[in-house]
Design a protein around this ligand. Structure first.
Ligand SMILES: Nc1ncnc2c1ncn2[C@@H]1O[C@H](COP(=O)(O)OP(=O)(O)OP(=O)(O)O)[C@@H](O)[C@H]1O
Length: 350
């Protein structure tokens, strides 16, 4: 017997009174056992609403949510056995770290509540798991942002959830701490083997951390796939533009690779797929460098084609004559190695 997916979302819709359009507009999605899935999309695309609906903190107007194969659509949040961490779901400031983590267990009705000794053991073990052993007596005010997030995670894990939902878990932290916590979370996830869904609007975070990425736009699911898959084979113009900053070029343009110049529809090119050569070099079309910025090992160029189209390119620095050739005002030739073509146009996309 194949196990039921931890989460199965079937045609879920949600419209808020007075809201513009639907927050969720017929979303269907299924997790794979033990996977780490990212919900990615721009602000207002419905990520948080979807996560809250799975947690049972938001009602749905249509569709169903199944947890481990059981229809949970009408089951209240506290009975769904779902652990969640929300960005502004703050810790209780007047309680110690220990009391915060123990909270979910102590709040259970007496018949479901573990004995105090067991609670103690479990909380201390969890604090070890999130690398906060010895911090149990502190109050949240005496912790760093990253440590607080880990306490919130320990609190979510204390109820022995069957799945874990995280909304922008590292949103408020600075870049370095974020990167550290990201790696740490991936390790923890792999050790625990719990199906986990997290919301982010940060592409890099989603691509680095997740097994699969679900991309939302205006309450609809655009594509679900492994990071490399959604990046290399975007299913819609929206996904192509959202991931990797692709820009539109006219479909008939000579910038597009041979055979890729569709007569109609939408053609998208990413800066890192643009090749720039000396004026005499073969492929592509003539252009002029408008701006040139060195950034680490890369050089970012803003190029203007003869028809006025602006195109960004990301090339590696230090090639032969790099700086001279690519100074503003220089004539060059540009072509795209790879383009993403959508002959049917937007398909309701961007
Ligand atoms: N309680 C609410 N009342 C009214 N409208 C809401 C409510 N919650 C969300 N919305 C609307 O639903 C849409 C989806 O919101 P949601 O918070 O799910 O987006 P999001 O992708 O998580 O955005 P962000 O990245 O900014 O958090 C938005 O248009 C939002 O304004």
């Amino acid at each position: 017997m194949t196990p039921h997916p931890a989460i199965r979302v079937e045609g879920v819709a949600r419209r808020f009174p007075g809201g513009q359009g639907a927050a969720l507009d017929g979303v269907s999605l299924e997790t794979r056992p033990g996977e780490l899935m990212a919900l990615l999309g721009p602000s207002g695309s419905g990520k948080t609403t979807l996560l809250r609906a799975i947690a049972g903190l938001e009602t749905v107007d249509a569709g169903r949510i199944l947890l481990d194969g059981e229809d949970a659509t009408r089951i209240p949040a506290r009975r769904r056995r779902v652990g969640f961490v929300f960005q502004n779901y703050a810790l209780f400031r007047h309680m110690t770290v220990f009391e915060n983590v123990a909270f979910g267990l102590r709040a259970r009705p007496r018949r479901d509540r573990p004995p105090e000794g067991e609670i103690r053991e479990r909380v201390l073990r969890l604090l070890e798991t999130v690398q906060l052993g010895g911090y149990e007596g502190r109050r949240p005010g005496a912790l760093s942002g990253g440590q607080r997030q880990r306490v919130a995670l320990a609190r979510a894990l204390a109820i022995e959830p069957r799945l874990l939902l995280l909304d922008e878990p590292f949103g408020a932290l600075d870049a370095k701490v974020r990167r550290e916590l990201r790696r740490w979370l991936r390790g923890l996830h792999d050790r625990l083997g719990l199906t986990t869904v997290f919301v982010t609007h940060d592409q890099e975070e989603a691509m680095e951390l997740a097994d699969r990425v679900a991309i939302l736009n205006r309450g609809r699911l655009e594509q679900v796939g492994a990071p490399a898959e959604v990046y290399d084979r975007p299913a819609t113009p929206f996904v192509a533009e959202f991931l990797g900053d692709a820009v539109r070029v006219p479909p008939g343009s000579g910038v597009l690779p041979p055979g890729g110049a569709a007569a109609k529809g939408v053609a998208l090119v990413r800066p890192r797929d643009v090749e720039v050569g000396a004026p005499g070099s073969g492929a592509g079309v003539p252009a002029t460098v408008r701006r040139s910025v060195a950034r680490g090992a890369e050089r970012l160029l803003l190029l203007e084609l003869d028809d006025g189209t602006l195109l960004e390119a990301e090339v590696s620095r230090g090639g032969a004559g790099d700086a001279d050739l690519l100074a503003p005002g220089s004539p060059v030739r540009v072509g795209a190695r790879v383009a993403h073509l959508f002959p049917d146009g937007d398909g309701g996309g961007v």
